[in-house]
Design a protein around this ligand. Structure first.
Ligand SMILES: NC(=O)c1ccc[n+]([C@@H]2O[C@H](COP(=O)([O-])OP(=O)(O)OC[C@H]3O[C@@H](n4cnc5c(N)ncnc54)[C@H](OP(=O)(O)O)[C@@H]3O)[C@@H](O)[C@H]2O)c1
Length: 295
């Protein structure tokens, strides 16, 4: 039986297993060249989705922007409308509270065939659509900080004017910096609670493991190296084996051994409940913030 595909087009991953290179052949504007804007630009260039002369970045600080564009050999402007006009794909990478101002600046310049991709947390597609007053296709994405090292986890949602081509473009861009899932927009709060905020939880786990090693006598640098590699390797094994984490945990818990005793300790302090509650709390907070931003 043929397997159901999640989306009916060729992704970066599928193309690369077939030895093909995907090119979007589109001009791209990156409005807001901060942490995430830089990650996405690096991914776009590494994946050869667009050549440097077809990319423009905009921001508010002239010197910073000049340094940025000369480092990446792309175009730059202090005028967001000019950046938008230049592009087929407009990436909105500014802070959520700046999105409204930026949309006001670019809306007159926007043509309805231009794709808008926003990564601003909490800002709904409907509110952006309303703000520009045009039928542009809009994609809303929630990436995470691991995009910086091409191990990002991004969820995308599509506005009502997005066709398959727009979906393919957005997925290709975020696949250039990691894994992509497609969700309904209302699920983006839960995505924020899980993968958006998740790196913070994992950093705490790593920090605590390091301290555990140090407490038991390991030098800090040794403990740090071991803790990081343990988290990285465990995640890689879950991903590559396709096994349920509980099965992998069972494989490392020898009867009466060290790991099962430690697992009991973690269970007695409610580790799993704590993490479930952390995701739930962050999800509710995201929903609350989103309601305030979109008012
Ligand atoms: N960081 C994360 O882990 C993460 C994860 C998921 C989603 N996001 C979303 O990604 C977005 C960007 O976050 P970030 O962490 O990359 O923030 P950031 O590093 O502060 O970048 C924001 C950039 O926007 C620029 N900017 C500010 N006002 C502008 C304006 N009026 N026009 C054009 N550019 C302007 C700033 O440049 P100037 O200094 O030149 O003004 C800055 O480079 C946010 O909406 C956030 O919700 C971030």
């Amino acid at each position: 039986m043929e397997q159901k595909k999640e989306h009916p087009f060729v992704t970066n991953e599928e193309a690369s297993t077939r030895g093909e290179k995907i090119s979007l052949n589109r001009a791209i504007a990156i409005i807001g060249a901060g942490n995430m804007g830089t990650s996405l630009l690096r991914g776009i260039l590494n994946a050869k989705l667009a050549p440097q002369n077809k990319i423009i970045a905009s921001g508010t600080h002239s010197a910073k922007l000049e340094m940025f564009s000369s480092k990446w050999k792309i175009n730059h402007t202090l005028d967001n409308a000019e950046a938008a006009q230049f592009a087929d794909i407009v990436m909105l990478c500014v802070k959520p509270y700046t999105i409204g101002k930026v949309l006001d600046e670019i809306k007159t310049a926007l043509r309805e065939d231009q794709l808008l991709i926003s990564i601003a947390a909490g800002v709904t597609i409907e509110s952006m659509q309303h703000r520009i007053g045009k039928n542009n296709p809009i994609v809303r994405a929630m990436p995470n900080i691991a995009s910086t090292v091409d191990e990002g986890a991004t969820a995308v949602s599509f506005g009502r004017f997005c066709n398959e081509e727009h979906q393919r473009i957005a997925i290709s861009i975020f696949e250039a910096v990691g894994e992509v899932v497609v969700v309904d927009e209302h699920q983006l709060d839960a995505v924020t609670g899980l993968s958006g905020s998740g790196p913070a939880y994992i950093y705490m786990v790593i920090e605590a493991l390091i301290d555990g090693g140090v407490k038991m006598g390991l030098p800090r640098d040794v403990s740090t190296k071991l803790a990081i590699q343990t988290v990285l390797g465990s995640a890689k094994l879950v991903k590559e084996s396709n096994l349920h984490p509980a099965i992998l945990r069972d494989q490392v818990t020898t009867p009466g051994g060290t790991a099962i005793n430690a697992v009991h300790e973690l269970e007695s302090h409610g580790l799993r409940s704590m993490l479930i509650n952390a995701v739930a709390t962050a999800t509710l907070k995201s929903k609350e913030l989103s309601e305030t931003i979109n008012k």
